[in-house]
Design a protein around this ligand. Structure first.
Ligand SMILES: [Fe+2]
Ligand SMILES: [Fe+2]
Length: 193
């Protein structure tokens, strides 16, 4: 369903398991950034009511995920710790067009969001299959389903609000670019690291 062109190396999940604290802290901030991203798309598109409502639901869900991850950090006797930059996401951002019409830029921003949801979904699936703690396995499975829903929402919004854009072709281009980026990752105990 996600059509990712390159799968994450299974060694990533093994490494992430060995530094659960680092993974959870990074994961919490990913959820926070996902909420911020949804809110920033709302600010730029106040006239698109369906988009405003859909993204406000996503922002709420991402902040709920943030709270759930923080809870799991606390339960293990750890604290959240500072946010770190997400190099993978920053590299993807370079592919988002800064020129073109408002429609072209909105479609790109929505596909960029869908791309991060798709990759996160793939990684949650890996964690749901490999985590040592059974509670974490089911937690990641629930998150995987939620992020898959977000992915579908972003793609649907891109199609709806980009009637003049070849969304399928642009999505294929995103997938191809993402494969060149993600191939350099899978090496750190971070959600996209
Ligand atoms: Fe999330
Ligand atoms: Fe999400």
């Amino acid at each position: 369903m996600l059509h990712l062109q390159l799968s994450t190396d299974p060694r990533w999940a093994e490494m992430a398991k060995k530094d659960l604290r680092a993974l959870l802290i990074d994961h919490a901030w990913c959820e926070h950034k996902a909420a911020s991203n949804a809110m920033s798309i709302i600010v730029r598109n106040p006239g698109l009511t369906d988009l405003v409502e859909a993204l406000s639901r996503i922002a709420e869900e991402e902040m709920a995920h943030f709270g759930m991850v923080v809870q799991r950090i606390r339960e293990r006797g750890w604290t959240l710790g500072p946010e770190r930059k997400d190099s993978y996401v920053n590299e993807l951002l370079t592919f988002v067009t800064k020129d073109g019409s408002g429609e072209v830029r909105l479609v790109d921003r929505l596909l960029f969001s869908a791309m991060i949801e798709a990759r996160s979904c793939e990684r949650f699936k890996m964690l749901s299959e490999t985590a040592t703690d059974p509670e974490l396995r089911s937690f990641y499975r629930d998150l995987m389903e939620s992020e898959a829903g977000h992915y579908a929402t972003f793609i649907a919004l891109a199609r709806k609000h980009g009637p003049g854009v070849d969304v399928d072709a642009r999505w294929k281009a995103f997938l191809t670019f993402e494969a060149t980026v993600v191939g350099r990752y899978g090496i750190n105990p971070e959600m996209h690291g």
